[in-house]
Design a protein around this ligand. Structure first.
Ligand SMILES: Cc1cc2nc3c(=O)[nH]c(=O)nc-3n(C[C@H](O)[C@H](O)[C@H](O)COP(=O)(O)OP(=O)(O)OC[C@H]3O[C@@H](n4cnc5c(N)ncnc54)[C@H](O)[C@@H]3O)c2cc1C
Length: 300
């Protein structure tokens, strides 16, 4: 990997480190080292990185703000590319904005609300990046990213860059085309916002945030919703009705506040969380004959 780092450094792609611990980059604070970790300093840096890693046949995993990820304590073999600073440009074009994949969603919602740009209030409590939100079609409070995205700029592993329209992104509940048919890296998104009153938008966001603080854990690290809602059921409600709230394996505990959140009480390992997820699945299947599908992405 030293040689690959040398090549990447020579091309000044951004920050490159070896054996970087990933628990620093996940909201649940779990994850061992990545063999090589790159934070590209722009689209060109990312393109060059993908090209060099491709030539060296090094597997690549892209992360945003790590708010939907469970990474093994042994870490990730190969390269992890973090879309963060360097990929967080923003450009306003009237009611449209073009924003880099590394831009934090919460910050975007806050900045836009102050400017009286409407459409992102739902995102004020989602701790992901713009790219992660596009990949996941992140949403809350009856809206999601697909409601405001006009097109997404995608870099494909062969080095081609393409703008995909909202329709081409094939958004659905917590999913997009990037998860299946067209695996690629979102480098920026174009969003269509409406004009609104800054105070009204800020008030709406505050209502959502207050609701979250009452219903979701905020004092311990977690990775958001563990399961997709097995509609017409709600995952959290099923877990609660099964009497599992507060159940703990090692340092991983089902939140006392919300049945669909697992918190790291301080010492949780990847294995603790996996065992707890399996336990929930088994109990829910036995009690309600429902198959629970994970929403959190489990890296194996
Ligand atoms: C407290 C808390 C509350 C949450 N509430 C919500 C909620 O209300 N609604 C909701 O939808 N989610 C919620 N989440 C989950 C999470 O914030 C979202 O899924 C978010 O979209 C993930 O973005 P990220 O940048 O953190 O992605 P990561 O966790 O870093 O990565 C998740 C996946 O996205 C991929 N990815 C990331 N960036 C890119 C990119 N640029 N291009 C292509 N693929 C990429 C990764 O490869 C990975 O597969 C919550 C999480 C937490 C911790």
């Amino acid at each position: 990997m030293e040689q690959v780092k040398h090549q990447l450094d020579k091309h000044q792609v951004g920050k490159v480190t070896l054996n970087e611990p990933l628990n620093k980059y996940t909201t649940i604070k779990i994850g061992g080292p990545a063999d090589i970790f790159i934070e590209p300093d722009g689209i060109e840096g990312l393109k060059k990185t993908i090209s060099i890693l491709g030539q060296e046949k090094i597997p690549i995993r892209v992360i945003g703000r790590g708010s939907n990820l469970l990474i093994p304590d042994e870490g990730i073999r190969g390269a992890v590319i973090k879309m963060g600073t360097g990929m967080d440009h923003i450009e306003e074009m009237g009611s449209k904005i073009r924003v880099g994949a590394g831009y934090p969603l919460v910050k975007l919602a806050t900045v836009m609300s102050r400017k009286g740009k409407k459409g992102l209030a739902f995102a004020g409590g989602i701790p992901g990046s713009v790219g992660g939100a596009v990949y996941m079609n992140a949403g809350a409070h009856g809206s999601d990213i697909s409601n405001i995205l006009t097109r997404a700029h995608i870099l494909f592993p062969d080095g081609t860059l393409e703008w995909l329209s909202n329709a081409e992104m094939k958004f659905s509940y917590r999913t997009s085309v990037l998860q299946s048919e067209r695996k690629g890296y979102c480098v920026e998104a174009e969003l269509q916002l409406e004009e609104g009153d800054p105070d009204t938008i800020t008030e709406e966001m505050k209502t959502y945030k207050d609701y979250r603080r009452k219903t979701q854990p905020w004092s311990h690290p977690c990775a958001g919703s563990i399961f997709r809602n097995p509609l017409p059921h709600y995952a959290g409600k099923l877990v609660e009705e099964a009497g599992l709230k507060g159940y703990q394996i090692g340092g991983a505990k089902i939140s006392d506040l919300h049945g669909n959140f697992i918190v790291n009480t301080g010492t949780a390992t990847y294995k603790d969380v996996i065992c707890l997820i399996q336990h929930i699945k088994t109990v829910i299947k036995e009690k309600y004959h429902v198959d629970m599908q994970t929403e959190v992405e489990i890296v194996s």
